[in-house]
Ligand binder design. Structure first.
Ligand code: SAH
Ligand code: SF4
Ligand code: F3S
Length: 455
């Protein structure tokens, strides 16, 4: 029962999976401190915005949310307002000047320190925590959104310097967790009944390069490939995924491991950003479009049915129509199962934002529309290979639009719906015959439902 003095919290999360994973850990810390989740932010005594600044529109969204709650604080003086994540790191104290109602501004590296920071707030301080720190291991159990699939951070930060990107500024240098800590977390998840684990890193192929230990030939002992072998046999876990891959560091050894290890799903998220070599150079990506194509060819040699998804940016400074068409050509040739596209957005503190060859908003949005049109056509084509096939679907939840159906994902990460009762099927791997296809999702009929054991 909730007592009147029970303090309630609400977290709104923007941005990528790293932020979602951080939010789950911060929620765990708050619950440990005695806070209770409030679905409605307007009933909460503590509100935390875990923010994203990858593009300008992501950043602006935060200010409009924040404005509303800052106003509410004038009527409810004991409301605690927190901005965490990437906008917090980017803006730091500037945020306090802009929104003086804020109690705590904390960068992503400080997520695991939330308790200590809040104690200082409750002592009457306004706190800014944005200095670079060594990320401490989790001490609290995260409050995870799903009880079927879970994220596990393996490397924080990014040492790349892509000329458009704020991530290295806001997430700091690469910090790998030890294989032992990662395995221990996955073992615990296996015991709790989690079936699918996604290993997370902004540049996951960099995993381990900051850890001590290498062979006499200088080979790093702690690569992502080694990590996959090391955690693969954890009991209870049926599927392993990882994201995000960087074409510069993606190896054939990793592809072979994925083909060999049965739990690793045949899905690769490898952003290419542009299909034009000059632009790739201007972006400082460290590979050519030919190399990207070779990676995809190699994946398809080992795993002909593998799903490929990626990210791309259109309207990068100086992008000509011909260079944009090289990106379209790559999209046409590869046939992505999914492609996240974005118009280039100049970000503070990044080199490309200062260049004088910026394109107009009209050109950027026209190119975005044209690429999205092609992405839809290609994704629909890719979906067709599923028609009539039998796919293994891991059931995650009810279909919110049709409660007679459940939803889950194929190994290739296609969202799939079929008739069934979530109470019976949650967390089950079900064989489903695909009867309907759409660009980004499928519908099917279960052909082999695991039976509840009757005595
Ligand atoms: N670490 C990943 C991506 C991280 S950010 C990688 O290296 O690919 C997620 C995506 O946001 C990027 O892949 C890129 O497509 C997009 N993005 C990053 N900065 C951007 C910017 N300034 N404008 C538009 N899109 C951007
Ligand atoms: Fe950003 Fe590049 Fe690092 Fe990805 S690899 S997070 S795009 S700097
Ligand atoms: Fe956004 Fe930060 Fe992720 S800027 S995309 S939340 S790393």
């Amino acid at each position: 029962m909730t007592s009147l003095s029970q303090r309630r919290y609400h977290i709104t999360t923007f941005g990528c999976q790293m932020n979602k994973a951080d939010s789950e850990r911060m929620a765990g810390i708050l619950e440990d401190m005695g806070f209770e989740w409030s679905e409605d932010p307007n009933n909460a005594d503590l509100i935390l915005y875990n923010t994203c600044t990858i593009r300008d529109n992501a950043e602006q969204k935060v200010y409009s949310y924040l404005g509303r709650q800052a106003k509410r604080k004038h009527e409810k003086a004991d409301l605690t307002l927190i901005v965490a994540g990437c906008v917090a790191q980017q803006e730091g104290e500037t945020l306090l000047r802009r929104v003086p109602e804020l109690d705590l501004v904390m960068g992503p590296q400080h997520a695991n320190r939330l308790k200590e920071l809040l104690e200082s707030v409750f002592d009457g301080n306004q706190v800014v925590a944005t200095d670079a720190v060594h990320i401490i291991e989790d001490i609290t159990k995260p409050r995870r959104d799903s009880d079927v699939t879970a994220w596990v951070n393996v490397i924080y930060g990014c040492n790349e310097r892509c000329t458009y990107c704020v991530v290295p500024n806001v997430r700091g240098v690469e910090q790998s967790r030890t294989p032992e800590a990662i395995r221990a977390e996955i073992e615990e998840l296996g015991r709790q009944g989690y079936k699918e684990i996604t290993l997370l890193g902004q540049n996951i192929d960099a995993y381990g390069r900051d850890l001590p230990g290498s062979t006499p030939e200088g080979r790093n002992l702690h690569t992502l490939t080694d990590l996959l072998y090391y955690v693969h046999d954890v009991a209870g876990v049926e599927r392993l995924r990882f994201a995000t891959s960087h074409p510069r560091y993606f190896t054939e050894r990793l592809i072979k491991a994925c083909a060999e290890l049965p739990k690793v799903c045949e899905h690769f998220h490898i952003p290419f950003q542009s299909g034009d070599n000059e632009l790739l150079k201007a972006m400082s990506r460290g590979y050519t479009q030919e190399k990207y194509r070779r990676i995809i060819d190699t994946i398809r040699q080992y795993m002909p049915d593998a799903s490929i998804s990626a990210d791309a940016i259109v309207g990068f400074p100086g992008e000509t129509e011909a260079q944009f068409e090289n990106t379209l050509k790559l999209v046409e040739d590869i046939g992505f199962d999914l492609l996240n596209t974005a118009a280039y957005s100049p970000r503070p503190g990044t080199p490309a934002a200062l260049w004088t060859n910026q394109l107009s908003e009209e050109v950027k949005s026209d190119r975005l529309q044209r690429i999205n049109h092609l992405v839809n056509i290609k994704a629909y084509e890719r979906s067709q290979r599923y028609f009539g096939r039998i796919e293994e679907v891991l059931v995650e939840d009810q279909n919110l639009k049709d409660k007679t159906q459940v939803m889950g994902r194929t190994r290739g990460n296609r969202l799939t719906f079929f008739a069934g009762d979530i109470n019976e099927l949650k967390g089950q791997l079900v064989k489903v015959k695909i009867t309907e296809i759409r660009a980004f999702s499928l519908t099917g009929e279960p052909i082999e439902v695991p039976q509840a054991v009757s005595v």
